[in-house]
Structures are given as C-alpha cells and as structure tokens.
Design a protein around this ligand. Sequence first.
Ligand code: BT5
Length: 282
Amino acid sequence: MSSPLSGQLDRRDRRARDCVDKLLERSALWRRVIRLTQVGSTNDVAKDLAARGGPEGTVVVAEHQTAGRGRMDRRWVAPPGTCILCSLLFRPDLLPHQAHRLTMLCSLAAADAVEQVADLAVAVKWPNDLIVTMGRERGSCPGWRKLAGVLTETGMTGPQLDYVVVGMGINVNVPSGTLPDLDPNATSILAETGRPVNRSRVLAALLEGVEARYQQLERGENPQEEWSARLATLGRRIRVTTADGILHGVAEGVDENGALWLRTTDGTLQRLLTGDTARVGG
Ligand code: BT5
C-alpha cells in the first residue's frame, strides 16, 4: 500500500525525471536516455550500442547492475535504486591517447553536479575517483572517502578512435550502514550530508555540465587546468600502485591527457598513465 509520503516522492521523482527529459529537448549533444531497471553493466550496453553504430549522445542509466565493473574487472557494487549508474556514449574527434580527456571532463561535471544539487564539496583523486576529503577519519584511506568512480572504455576502427564510453557510478542515497558492503572506504551523498537527494536532479546537472565541457573540448580547449585545480592529489606525497609495482613520490602535475607527473623519492620524474593512488601520511 502506498503512503501519502510515497505519493509525494513519486510526484517529485516524476518532476525530477522531467528535468532530464527537458534537458534532452534543448540539448545539442544528448539524444536519448535509455532507462533500464536491471542490467549486467551499463558500459556493456553502451559499448554494444556503439559497436552497432549507435549515435553519440546516447545515455544508458540503470537502477541496478548485476555485473557492475571498475577498472581491471574489479567489482562495482551499488544497492538497487540508490545510486547513479550511467554510461555516456561519445564519438569524439580525438586521437586514442587523448581519450582520457573525456574521463577528465565527465568527472569534473559530476563533481560540479554533486556540489550544485547536494551542496557537498567534492575533489578528484587521480585518475578516476571522486572523493570527499574530510577532517574526520574513517576507513582504510586517511581523510579520503570514495563517492564515485569513472570507467572509460574505448572502441577502435583500425588505428582510429571510434567511440568512447564513460561509465559513472555515483553513490547518492546509500545509507551509512550499507556503505561497508560497497567498500571499506565508500561514502555517499546521504552519508555525508544526512539528506537524500533526487538522483534525476543530479543526473540532469551532470549531463548539462558534460555537454558544456564537451563543447569546449570540441573548440580545442583542454580540461587540464580545471582538472588540476580539482585534484586532491597534487603537491602531496602519494603512493601509486601500478601494474609494474608500487611507486612513492610527490604528485607534481598532470598533463593535457591526464597522465600524472610523479617525482619519485629518488628524484626522477615519471609519467604515469594509470594506477591506484593513496595518500602517504596525514
Ligand atoms: C572505478 O573503478 O572506480 C570505476 C567504477 C565505474 C562504475 C560505473 S557504474 C556505471 C558503469 N557501468 C559499469 O559496469 N561500471 C561503470 P576502480 O578505480 O577500479 O575502483 C573499483 C574499486 O572501488 C573496487 O575494487 C572497490 O574497492 C571499490 N568500490 C566498489 N564499489 C564501490 C562503491 N559503490 N563506492 C565506492 N567504492 C566502491
């Protein structure tokens, strides 16, 4: 039986969903939002569409993923109906090694969307996490809690970039008690602010922010400066776990394609394309 409160929430949900539909009507980029109740992985759906010629500007959103993925086939866990689980399909005019620019601009738009809608300050942790940095310590990573992750996957036609799919998982209304099931260091908007927010409003703000930045990218502007300013890791002593081993050093900067410049403890400057970063010390 539905309560008067659930009726109100339904109406609010419908209104918020309308704001995504309205955005589509006026957007030059976003063509279609495919809403799914349950799926293996939204990235797989978007990649499959892309491989069959699906257009740029397709968005795949799911309430629940049964095989949500992070990088290197790690699991992405999200309780049904609580998070944003989406994949965005682009066909950018970029070279393959520039595809990470899409990760940069999408994570910037996601950080802005959370700040606008939930009034929660968010930083980026190189290369693909959105984090909340707080004085309060909890979990295995001092001062950082993971709010969202980005998984960018590409498709090639010969040597050329055919498409880029950017998948994003944002923990929105996950209650504090459920967070340890996701990851010891996970957080959510609800856990940080104490207030649930409407996921469609966050999604609409995200899509709007991505479109603005994608237009800038198409005009030849690079998200490097904005991304650097959002990075929690710059200027800090960090530990980076890569496929080749663990490196310690100070994060000195990022280049225009999102690679990290790490000044290692022996004084050499290394350019890293990917890895897992953790802060060393306080
Ligand atoms: C990521 O990988 O952070 C990218 C996650 C992308 C997920 C989205 S959801 C929509 C789309 N469809 C997909 O199938 N994927 C994308 P990585 O940096 O490798 O981090 C993965 C690690 O994050 C896991 O090994 C866990 O430790 C942790 N983790 C898993 N679920 C989490 C959650 N909900 N919140 C915070 N941490 C989580």
